[in-house]
Design a protein around this ligand. Structure first.
Ligand SMILES: [Zn+2]
Ligand SMILES: [Zn+2]
Ligand SMILES: [Zn+2]
Length: 126
């Protein structure tokens, strides 16, 4: 007689919140949940995570090039990653963006590079 004990399957993964999203520390406020620049007030909630200190990011992510993963461009919320500091990984072979050379910045403004949409990488099309 075999006695098979099924171990409770413990999934060791990041706090998955469904789909392909994971919960990560908010880059904009570094997890404090407070407005990092005190634009409204130093006591206001972070506008990116709403004060939770955590945000949802794609499970396959890379640091946002435009804001260097900080979630902020100067004192504004980064438009590329919406302040989270993470952008989805672009599938397939990639090349550093020829326009911004991987910085994700538009040379003539503080906006994101249009060619790579601020990601610093473009898909390599042969
Ligand atoms: Zn935040
Ligand atoms: Zn960003
Ligand atoms: Zn670019």
């Amino acid at each position: 007689m075999t006695h098979v004990q099924q171990a409770a399957e413990k999934t060791v993964q990041m706090d998955r919140v469904g789909g392909n999203m994971v919960e990560v520390t908010c880059s904009f406020c570094r997890g404090t949940g407070k407005d990092p620049f005190g634009i409204m007030s130093w006591l206001s909630n972070c506008c990116v995570c709403g004060g939770r200190g955590m945000v949802q990011a794609p499970a396959l992510n890379r640091r946002c090039a435009h804001c260097r993963g900080t979630g902020a461009v100067k004192t504004f919320t980064c438009t590329v990653c919406r302040g989270t500091g993470y952008v989805p990984v672009i599938p397939g072979p990639l090349l550093p963006c020829p326009e911004c050379r991987g910085t994700g910045d538009d040379a003539s403004s503080a906006l994101a590079c249009i060619t790579c949409r601020g990601r610093g990488w473009v898909s390599h099309k042969s």
